[in-house]
Design a protein. Structure first.
Length: 206
């Protein structure tokens, strides 16, 4: 795939959306900086901003096997989180559900899966916020790893299958040990799940 600029284009918007995860993965493995991937479905246009590396790609080997976001788990969901463009306290991730991720009602995403990917995005956000709080980059030691202390979700409406879902976290408070955030899942421009999350720093000796 040749890149003439920092944009990738697709003529078939909905097909592009269904394959976005694979395209993004290929691009990030090239270590390209600030790739913006536009996609169109219906009348809506969105941009996916991809930075050089996802937060989860900085995790130490011992913490890279998570089913939801671990880079070493070949059977995992591989959630990848990034800082949002022009929103310094917001992070984003994008996830395309597969057909087998459906819930009890055909056409809608399984709620447990939604909780899992939001959990992983939240802890990735906490790690990035923790490094920023300490004034250092994520490729420095000691490694910071956060775990969930509380995840409270309100399922506002069913989340549809067949499209790219956006995971968002807005950092509310950061201390030396804790990160509090608002978290949400957006489908077709509308929040289907909203909630709060508290992540705590895992002690180094673990």
């Amino acid at each position: 795939m040749m890149l003439q600029s920092s944009f990738l284009h697709s003529r078939d918007a909905c097909v592009f959306g269904s394959n976005a995860a694979q395209i993004i993965q290929k691009v990030t493995h090239k270590n390209l900086y600030a790739i913006r991937i536009p996609y169109i479905c219906g009348d809506q246009k969105e941009n996916i901003l991809m930075n050089e590396k996802a937060f989860q790609e900085y995790y130490a080997t011992g913490f890279s096997h998570c089913y939801g976001c671990g880079t070493s788990n070949e059977h995992g969901l591989h959630v990848k989180s990034y800082w949002a463009e022009d929103e310094p306290d917001v992070t984003v991730a994008h996830f395309t559900p597969e057909p087998h991720h459906t819930g009890g009602f055909p056409g809608f995403v399984y709620g447990g899966l939604i909780a899992a990917i939001l959990d992983c995005h939240g802890n990735g956000t906490a790690a990035a916020a923790g490094y920023r709080h300490q004034g250092r980059s994520m490729d420095t030691e000691p490694n910071l790893r956060y775990v969930t202390a509380n995840l409270n979700l309100n399922f506002r409406r069913p989340t549809p299958m067949g499209q790219v879902l956006e995971l968002r976290a807005r950092i509310v408070e950061v201390t030396d040990r804790k990160v509090q955030m608002d978290i949400s899942l957006v489908a077709d421009g509308e929040a289907t799940v909203e909630g709060t999350m508290l992540s705590v720093l895992l002690p180094e000796k673990r």
